[in-house]
Design a protein around this ligand. Sequence first.
Ligand code: SDX
Length: 423
Amino acid sequence: MAEINATLTLPTGEVVDLPVLKGSYGPDVIDVSGLLKAGYFTYDPGFMSTASTESKITYIDGDEGVLLHRGYSIEDLAENSDYLETCFLLWYGHLPNKEQKKTFVNNITRHTMVHESLAHFFDGFHHNAHPMAMMCGAVGALSAFYHDVMDIRSDRDREIAAHRLVAKMPTLAAMCYKHSIGQPFMYPRNDLSYAANFLYMMFGTPCEEYTVSPAVEKAMDRIFLLHADHEQNASTSTVRLSGSTGANPFACISAGIAALWGPAHGGANEAVLMMLDEIGSVENIPMFIEKAKDPNDPFKLMGFGHRVYKNFDPRAKVMKASSDEVLAELGVNDPRLAVAMELERIALSDPYFAERKLFPNVDFYSGIILSAIGIPTSMFTVIFAVSRTIGWIAHWHEMSSSPYKIGRPRQLYTGETPRPYKG
Ligand code: SDX
């Protein structure tokens, strides 16, 4: 419990004691839940200074550019772990031993197929439907197959739902892509790793053998790992809020996918590539930098800035190193990388960006790698959603594992005061 209190003197002169709660790392919080009794709400649009919950999963220090998953730095995990091991860590809170990892990977592998009826679900989508639109629908539709066979109060049922979601997301993502190009769906293969299986389902065809290059497999796994979780970001908060009503996990993840789609959030990776294509060449960069600085111009540098990071996004650093590696290994010479590097150099030397602490974020380089391994731009945010599913469902599980209240924010009302109806 709180050892110290903050005191707040209200306009009425009343002094309110507000408990200060201490975390294990990072800022303490002032518990304002008692403020309503004094007749006040707090007001914090965008939740800039608001901790919505207590959590043990991920810690971010925006000033220092630190990202920890269950205490392990993202740099350590990117160097030494892989995506499924990081999924295990996020869900269970510790790294698996050899036996636990083998069992977990086997469980995920054996849940990768989707119900055959789901294949027909895609017939309803026009071929040029955006893959994120299809993902929102297809993942939400999983509720129809599992809604009545799970009790969200059961630890075991929540674990099975998590296995199903982590396992089936790549399959559904690849189905979205195949539908958009009119090719047959590829069934998952149990002899492939998580990343290789996804690439196989994306690019394989029934007509010939398809082998995944180890360099591409490693790059794909690292992209999945780097996007796995990120504290209480907009889409994770959406999943928690949806989960607080008791909605089933498949519906909650579908809500998270919808929130991630926005260009200010997960949609930024697709928007970065579209921006680099629009800039076209290094010579045009100064014009776009001026547009980004113009308060009257809605244009923003996609892949720059972050609500929390006021330093380099540690994931962007790892992603940048990976993009150099992957492009060299694949012998890909993507002119957009040259534009991206020059854009980064110019922006970071411009006072406008330095004053506002706008640095490249996770989305700035991920699109370059995804392009290099042949992923179409429209699939970038889908891949972000595949990766972030473990983060979303781990937060949903953490919330569902202990007593919780339905999330229901209040407001500052500035509308009409009561007035009589005059016909
Ligand atoms: C992700 O939250 C997470 O953790 C998200 C994420 C995750 O893993 O879940 O990290 C993933 O969403 C990364 C962010 C991807 N989005 C983009 O790259 C889109 C471009 N970035 C911006 O839209 C913006 O930076 C946000 C949305 C990311 C953050 O916006 P904030 O925190 O609300 O900051 P702000 O809009 O108030 O900006 C502060 C100032 C403003 O200028 P002033 O009004 O002070 O003059 O900085 C400016 C903004 O105009 N600014 C930018 C800018 N981002 C902010 N100016 C130009 N280009 C930009 N990219």
